[in-house]
Design a protein around this ligand. Structure first.
Ligand code: CMP
Length: 137
């Protein structure tokens, strides 16, 4: 079993798409080990996305991620990291496969409805960034 970290982003929560995205998560065999609704501070968003701090989109991204609540998740299944990325689709919804979350729900490359860890080392940073051991069940 593998764990990954996921976020239902502000654009999706604002448009009341969280239930539809959670339904896809469960229908695709992921166990939800942790889940909470939070509103990130600007500083939390900057810390979470620190690997992107030199990228031109960093400031806009951190403003977007801290503008309204998100749902943070720890998901578990065999091959969870790759399978969640497949279910989300490409970062840019214009390039996402039909039937993926980003193709169906995302607004653009920034407001792209969902986040997922891209590797085991990333998941090992991202899961404890938002969850303590008692919150993973
Ligand atoms: P995410 O998978 O959370 O990882 C970084 C985020 O930066 C990405 O989804 C998008 O929300 C955002 N982003 C904005 N512009 C770009 C871009 N040009 N390339 C990649 N990510 C971008």
């Amino acid at each position: 079993m593998e764990r990954t970290f996921a976020i239902i982003k502000p654009d999706a929560v604002e448009r009341k798409l969280a239930g539809k995205i959670l339904d896809r998560i469960e229908a695709n065999g992921f166990a939800i080990r942790g889940m909470k609704k939070i509103k990130m501070t600007r500083e939390q968003a900057e810390g979470f996305y620190y690997v992107h701090k030199e990228r031109p989109f960093f400031n806009d991204l951190c403003a977007f991620m801290s503008r309204s609540p998100v749902i943070v998740l720890c998901l578990e299944k065999d091959n969870a990291i790759a399978d969640w990325r497949t279910l989300m689709g490409a970062t840019n919804p214009a390039n996402a496969e039909a039937g993926t979350i980003r193709k169906d729900f995302a607004i653009n490359i920034e407001e792209n409805s969902a986040h997922g860890s891209d590797a085991p080392e990333t998941a090992a940073f991202e899961i404890p960034y938002f969850f303590n051991a008692f919150e993973l069940v």
